[in-house]
Design a protein around this ligand. Structure first.
Ligand code: ARG
Ligand code: ZN
Length: 872
């Protein structure tokens, strides 16, 4: 059953206030809800009240204190209807019994390693009590909870603690009150035997906020980086957006079983523990980076998500795109802006572009869905962030801040829409953004074509930009978008070239506004033939067919003043060579020589920092090249072509790279700061080149593995060895597994690296791993580490012509779907690659999907993804 945005209507009743009473016992939890309900002014008397439920069983029901007669209501697992509620304010009281320990879907109230916790976004609250479980129903919540003291000495919920005490039978209770109106998806409760660290933050207006991070006993010392990140996030949001925290407490709880990364529940964020725990021996630099980012992301939701929330789930991008933009900006300010930008674009290209160019493409603001959980996508999150970034680019820094101020002022307390968001930017800037809004409403990655010419006699430079978007499912024709193109013209000596005048289109400073299918700009007074540097800083989420020669790309790689475009020029140069070789042509020795020289020049440039250099020498992954080729892709050929290019690049300079690799060793104690992390990433980037492209690499990796004093270096050595399946790889994987036995988050790293091995034995090994009696088959982190990384990063084995890789995944999906449909459907999205593959592989994949559809009863989550891929 499909739900449409066009059918949106407010509820006929509103919920004035909520009082909940959770009586938690070891084997079950009783939930009593008292909802004060009121018809809206225009609701006709006699209109039924329909509350949502999911897997609930009603124990008792009363209205204004009197039990309801059977004919007055209808209850089943999925809804509770009051047939003819009173036409006035009334109190509805219901009681249900939950079994959190058997809740393997991890939505609603569940138990993770003994701790009771909740996940309600988007529709989990209806698994706790009957409710109007939608984001436009806002109410104040008061929560009373009791539990056995021994099992749950810690009792937490949203808001402020207002009462606590002892009860008989070794029980105790706590009462939490959240004064802020909130939708049910922001509800949270935690009860358990947890350790904690505490700190405090004084806000800009001088209020003291108590901060706490709760975790399994023994893990406290691994929470300090998260706490530090939280305090820096709170300070940054005040500085950059003028946003202050609003409650007296802010708590974070780390749990081991969690469907996503983390959740922004008001005053009580709940985190997947992989995004909280860090110590140098078991966490990589990337883990520290991720913790900082997600702690910030969830904290920033307090304003963009909680104070201002979404009217309905079609508007998810309103809070997620904006909040991702905010967390990207935070990291840019805390670390290096260009490095962060490259990182974010790389992520966009490896995950969002494939989504947007395949059967699962959808607009950032979709207009229909079967299962909303399938729309927590990289398009909603990361493309959503790019759209906000384009607004910031168009309005400029001051204009953007002014608009954001207006957004907070106008919409605080609202459940609102994308349209209202855009209106704020129009009102604050005086710009007409109606065409811009298409970014939210249309799927697909625009392709921008470039052609230019220079007339020396008249000193005129002509630049033509075109745009087109290929059809996506359900959208055969596309409208032209408003695309901001930040640009510069570079002269033969590498310095900028100016112009006197420009005609034919809109140019605002260093910004071309491409707003139709084709724009031809004529620049006059251009002294020399320039090379155009377009989309500086990746000013729009598009694919550019620059038409630049290898020479021009490498020229930009050396001379562009925009670090992003320097990086991007190298990426394009390498991608082009690999792609053409994978499609049967070959590059010339001159091409490889020129690219090698550009890489060496980059490495030797004293003005560039290590983290940037690491990104510059990172040869595009097979999946990126495959995407670039776009159709009839043979992943074996791509992998071979990539390896051949790396070998050609590295061969003549292997000694030089090895020396540099050795020089970059760090002798001081580990710190996760950006400088050290950058140095390690460059060193490990060199190691990756040497392993893929020289004979001495495999040995170096083995040496690094054994000598490593931190997880970043140890993991890099193992993962690079596994990806290249060196002769040492099996031994390194074996050692890693026993060395860290018993640490689940390190086990994830082993699973991820194991799944990336390109050799023919990988599927059999993964089968054995999954079949081991002690494999935790209900834990999302374990499943995603193994199966998620296999489908997304091991195209050679996943898309095998004999279908073994595809069937391995569909069979796993059948099992996982019974336990946790969200995890199952997420893994299945790996099949979105099918349309890009050569026929034999594509057909093998379709066959596996068809068998999945024909032979199994599947969840709505998996069913929707499956049907969309088959239809695409
Ligand atoms: N709002 C959370 C975040 O982005 C994600 C929650 C998604 N959960 C889910 N079950 N779909 O920070
Ligand atoms: Zn979010």
């Amino acid at each position: 059953q499909t739900i449409y945005l066009k059918d949106y209507a407010p509820t006929p009743y509103r919920i004035v206030s909520v009082e909940l009473d959770f009586r938690i016992l070891e084997e079950r939890t009783r939930v009593r809800a008292q909802l004060t309900v009121e018809p809206r002014p225009d609701t006709a008397p006699g209109t039924p009240l329909v509350l949502d439920g999911d897997d609930l069983k009603l124990d008792s029901i009363a209205l204004d204190g009197a039990p309801l007669v059977l004919s007055a209501y209808a209850a089943d697992a999925n809804s509770l209807t009051l047939v003819e509620p009173p036409h006035r304010r009334f109190v509805l009281e219901t009681e249900v019994t939950l079994e959190p320990a058997s809740n393997t879907k991890l939505m609603g109230l569940y138990r993770s390693s003994g701790t009771w916790c909740t996940q309600c976004e988007p529709e989990g609250f209806r698994r706790i009590t009957y409710y109007l479980d939608r984001p436009d129903v806002l109410a104040p919540f008061k929560v009373r909870m009791s539990a056995p003291k021994a099992l749950a000495p810690v009792l937490l919920a949203n808001g402020n603690l207002v009462d606590k005490g002892e009860l008989g039978d070794d029980l105790h209770f706590a009462v939490w009150e959240d004064p802020f109106l909130k939708p049910a998806y922001l509800f949270a409760l935690v009860a358990g035997d947890l350790g904690s660290i505490t700190d405090s933050f004084t806000t800009m207006s001088g209020r003291k906020v108590e901060l706490g991070i709760y975790c399994t006993h023994g893990k406290e010392s691994e929470c300090f980086y998260a706490m530090d990140s939280l305090k820096r996030s709170m300070a940054w949001d005040e500085r950059r957006f003028g946003r202050e925290y609003d409650l007296d407490v802010f708590n974070i709880v780390a749990v081991s079983d969690f469907n996503f990364g983390a959740m922004e529940n008001k005053g009580l964020n709940i985190f997947n523990d992989r995004l909280v725990f860090a110590k140098p021996e078991t966490a990589t630099d990337a883990n520290y980076h991720g913790i900082e980012r997600v702690i910030a992301h969830e904290y920033f939701h307090n304003w963009t998500g909680n104070r201002i929330t979404c009217r309905d789930w079609f508007q998810l991008c309103l809070k997620e795109g904006l909040t991702v933009f905010r967390d990207q900006e935070f990291t840019s300010d805390e670390r290096s802006r260009p490095v962060q930008r490259i990182h974010d674009v790389q992520n966009l290209r490896t995950s969002q572009f494939p989504e947007d160019g395949g059967p699962l493409a959808h607009p950032p603001r979709p207009d229909s869905f079967r299962e909303i959980n399938n729309f927590y996508t990289t398009t909603v999150y990361e493309k959503g962030a790019e759209i906000v970034r384009m607004l910031a680019t168009l309005l400029g820094e001051a204009g953007f801040r002014k608009a954001m101020d207006l957004y907070f002022e106008r919409h605080d307390g609202d459940a609102t829409t994308i349209e209202a968001f855009i209106k704020v930017f129009e009102d604050a800037s005086g710009r007409d953004l109606s065409q811009f809004a298409t970014w939210y409403l249309q799927a697909g990655t625009p392709q921008v074509g470039v052609s230019d010419s220079y007339d020396a006699a008249s000193q005129t430079y002509t630049l033509t930009l075109t745009q087109k978007v290929d059809p996506t499912p359900g959208e055969p024709t596309k409208k032209p978008l408003l695309i901001p193109v930040r640009f510069g013209l570079i002269g033969p000596n590498g310095s900028p070239v100016g112009w006197n005048g420009v005609s034919g289109g809109t140019v605002e400073g260093d910004l071309i506004v491409l707003d139709s299918e084709s724009v031809t700009l004529t620049f006059t007074g251009v002294a020399n033939k320039p090379v155009p540097s377009l989309f500086r800083g990746f000013s729009a989420p598009v694919k550019v067919e620059s038409g630049l020669s290898q020479d021009d790309l490498l020229f930009l790689a050396r001379h562009d003043s925009d670090p992003f475009n320097r990086w991007d020029a190298l990426q394009s140069a390498a991608t082009t060579l690999i792609a053409s070789a994978a499609q049967g042509s070959t590059w010339s020795a001159t091409d490889a020589d020129a690219l090698r020289q550009a890489l060496v020049d980059t490495l030797e440039n004293p003005d560039l920092d290590d983290a940037f250099k690491a990104q510059a020498i990172d040869i595009p992954a097979e999946t990126v090249v495959g995407r670039h080729i776009g159709k009839d892709v043979d992943p074996d050929a791509v992998a071979e072509a990539r390896k051949a290019l790396v070998t050609a690049l590295v061969g003549p300079i292997a000694e030089k790279l090895t020396a540099l690799y050795r020089d970059l060793a760090i002798s001081v104690p580990y710190s996760p700061d950006a400088n050290q992390a950058g140095r390690r990433s460059l060193r490990n980037g060199l190691l990756a080149l040497l392993v893929a492209g020289s004979d001495q690499g495999a040995g170096l990796a083995a040496e690094q593995y054994s000598g490593a004093t931190n997880m970043t270096d140890r993991y890099a050595a193992m993962a690079i060895s596994a990806r290249n399946w060196t002769s040492e790889a099996p031994a390194l994987l074996g050692d890693f597994r026993t060395r860290f036995a018993g640490d689940p988050l390190v086990f994830d790293k082993w699973l991820t690296a194991s799944a990336q091995a390109p050799d023919g034995g990988v599927i059999e090994r993964m089968r054995a791993t999954l079949a081991a009696p002690d494999f935790p088959r209900t834990n999302p982190n374990r499943l995603r580490s193994l199966l998620g990384s296999f489908v997304m990063t091991n195209p050679v084995q996943f898309t095998r012509t004999d279908g073994l890789g595809f069937r391995f995944i569909t069979e796993a999906v059948v099992d996982i779907d019974k336990v946790n449909p969200q995890v199952a459907s997420r893994i299945l999205t790996g099949f979105r690659i099918l349309p890009t593959l050569e026929a034999a592989r594509r057909n093998a994949g379709l066959e596996a999907l068809q068998a999945l559809k024909d032979q199994h009863k599947l969840s709505r989550n998996v069913g929707e993804i499956l049907d969309r891929i088959l239809a695409g």
